[in-house]
Design a protein around this ligand. Structure first.
Ligand SMILES: NC(=O)c1ccc[n+]([C@@H]2O[C@H](COP(=O)([O-])OP(=O)(O)OC[C@H]3O[C@@H](n4cnc5c(N)ncnc54)[C@H](OP(=O)(O)O)[C@@H]3O)[C@@H](O)[C@H]2O)c1
Length: 327
């Protein structure tokens, strides 16, 4: 009789960069108890993807089966003021990763953005549509993608949009913070897209990784976003409705405005960020999940964990709580 050990397969070894970001954290949380994987998750302090010598040393000693690059500089207005940083993290880092992964025959999974498009297609973008980024952030992400495509055939580039989670800087946390402190909240009603929870992106990455590890030969560029198109205004309405189940908010008016009238955004954003995701479904069988379900869950967790109250008492955004705890 064949012994059980003959059917035992080694776990897939992953190296995750940018492990403290929204998607990095979600991926580490979801994958760490999965026996299919053995994970090395490194924060920016532990591995700066723009530093060749660090990357060379870690890749050579860790020798992962796959690298998942969750590192990025995705602040749109600061990218215009500091293009060197945006290009270093979003283009030069991916170039180094692709080059060094290529030398060691390690495939790379990389995250990119709806901002590679100019947003003129209201009905949404497929992977075959031409990129036309509007600013430094989008350009730097596009350049990073192109470098990976040139240097490393065995890559997955997953473009995602409108990420929200319980940490970091994101629209959900900013809207909640404003709605709890101010009478009037402004939200753009001329920008369309699909909110996407960081946890859902992590689940998509895990599903792709499992199929690659089982021999799927499906390298290339894919789109994923949450199901149901909305506007920033529609997303804000849903956030406030979810929060009102737990407390009376200070906000009395949610005002729809044109993007150009938003006070804190000087850089033009794509009017349509809608990503069509049928290639991911047709290739890997991965379906979009409705973002509203994840929104309800996250808002409940934010209230039940007391994160919002703690952030209030420190005068912080709830997403900053981990950095505060560390300090
Ligand atoms: N957030 C969105 O709405 C959105 C939408 C579309 C696509 N994406 C893409 O998805 C990816 C992850 O996004 P996210 O929302 O998880 O971003 P995030 O929360 O800002 O996380 C990015 C992480 O990368 C780290 N990082 C920055 N520079 C680095 C470097 N040189 N080396 C290593 N790590 C570095 C950041 O550290 P510090 O914070 O300390 O700098 C942060 O922990 C990015 O590629 C982004 O472009 C995001």
């Amino acid at each position: 009789m064949e012994s059980v050990s003959q059917f035992y397969t080694e776990p897939t070894r992953l190296l995750i960069t940018g492990a403290e970001g929204q998607i990095g954290r979600a991926l580490v949380r979801i994958i760490q108890d999965d026996s299919h994987f053995r994970v090395t998750a490194l924060t920016k302090r532990q591995l700066d993807i723009t530093r060749r010598e660090q990357l060379t040393e870690i890749l050579a000693s860790d020798l992962p089966d796959y690298v998942v690059n969750c590192a990025g500089f995705n602040r749109v207005d600061p990218s215009e003021r500091n293009p060197e940083r945006a290009y270093a993290v979003n283009a030069e880092g991916p170039r180094l990763l692709a080059e060094l992964c290529g030398e060691l025959s390690i495939p790379l999974l990389h995250l990119s953005s709806d901002y590679v498009f100019d947003g003129h297609y209201a009905s949404g973008y497929t992977e075959a549509d031409d990129a036309a980024p509007l600013g430094v952030y989008g350009n730097s992400k596009w350049e990073g993608e192109e470098l990976i495509r040139q240097l490393l055939p065995r890559h997955i580039i997953l473009r995602v949009s409108w990420i929200f989670s319980e940490t970091g800087s994101n629209f959900l946390l900013k809207t909640l913070q404003q709605a709890r402190k101010e009478n009037c909240v402004l939200a753009a009603d001329d920008r369309r897209g699909c909110p996407t929870s960081a946890d859902d992106v992590a689940r998509v990455l895990v599903a792709i990784l499992k199929q690659l590890a089982n021999g799927a030969d499906a390298w290339g560029t894919y789109h994923y976003c949450g199901a149901e198109i909305t506007t920033r205004y529609g997303f804000s309405e849903a956030i406030l409705a979810a929060a009102r189940q737990y407390e009376e908010l200070k906000v009395s008016e949610l005002m729809p405005v044109a993007s150009k009238d938003l006070p804190n955004e000087s850089v033009e954003r794509p009017a349509s960020s809608v990503l069509k995701c049928s290639k991911l479904l047709n290739t890997f069988g991965i379906r979009q999940r409705p973002w509203r379900i994840e929104l309800q869950r996250l808002v409940r967790e934010l209230y039940e964990s007391g994160a919002l109250k703690q952030a209030d008492s420190r005068g912080m955004n709830p997403g900053d709580r981990d950095q505060v705890a560390e300090a």
